[in-house]
Design a protein around this ligand. Structure first.
Ligand code: AMP
Length: 218
């Protein structure tokens, strides 16, 4: 099953995609994680490009992103399905994805739209922490680790993303509204859009999500 997670930053897409991967074995393809890994390597040309855009809360250009996703979807773990978390973010990316999947005899099966209010998003993002080793996600208030500052799963250090500072978060939200929100109608008009109330807690959202996906595969 090929699924897209759509919705503003901080709506919980990454958290849910990681759970689906752990519990159902559906690989999470997170373009944000791919870019952050490149940024952690001082010799990576992709990392240098990505840093320029990400730290300002801007989108990385479409041609760069399309190339990344083409390469990632060629890897064998995605042939039986995947969750795209953070891609597509523009209409041009959505069209390129359609072409890519069509050429391989596949299609997008479902798009899950995570709906959340702006104040929820700002609260979630400003308390969000990630682990250095694998990007496991925590929240200082809502989902603290057992040992402060350390990942429960792999023990690596937790850090705050530079683009999770409040001012950058607000800018990212306005970019989201302008560039990414039009994708809601793009997929709704095809009858594959499902909306989830992303205000609920992690396990409640996960339950709703698995129900939606089960109904779509029936
Ligand atoms: P995320 O972890 O999904 O919030 O992504 C972090 C940042 O990476 C975004 O704010 C963008 O700057 C960049 N990024 C990730 N995915 C994309 C994409 N599909 N198109 C453009 N920029 C992206």
């Amino acid at each position: 099953m090929n699924v897209i997670f759509l919705g503003p930053n901080g709506a919980g897409k990454g958290t849910q995609a990681k759970l689906l991967q752990e519990r159902e074995g559906l690989p999470q393809v997170s373009t944000g994680d791919i870019l952050r890994r490149a940024m952690a390597d001082p010799d990576s040309p992709l990392g240098t490009t990505a840093r320029r855009f990400i730290n300002r809360g801007e989108l990385v250009p479409d041609d760069v992103m399309i190339e990344i996703i083409e390469a990632r979807l060629r890897e064998p773990d995605t042939t039986r399905g995947f969750v795209l978390d953070g891609f597509p973010r523009t209409i041009a990316q959505a069209r390129a994805l359609d072409d890519l999947l069509q050429a391989a005899g596949h299609a997008v099966d479902a798009v899950v739209y995570f709906e959340a209010r702006p104040d929820t998003i700002v609260r979630r993002l400003s308390g969000r922490r990630l682990c250095r080793a694998a990007g496991h996600i925590y929240h200082v208030e809502f989902q603290p680790p057992v040992v402060e500052g350390r990942c429960d799963i792999d023990g690596s250090e937790l850090y705050q993303r530079e683009d999770d500072r409040e001012e950058t978060v607000r800018h990212r939200l306005s970019v989201y509204r302008r560039r990414t929100e039009p994708l809601v109608d793009y997929y709704r008009s095809r009858g594959i859009l499902e909306t989830i109330d992303a205000e609920a807690d992690v396990e409640e959202v996960y339950r709703a999500l698995t129900e939606i996906l089960a109904a779509r595969t029936r």
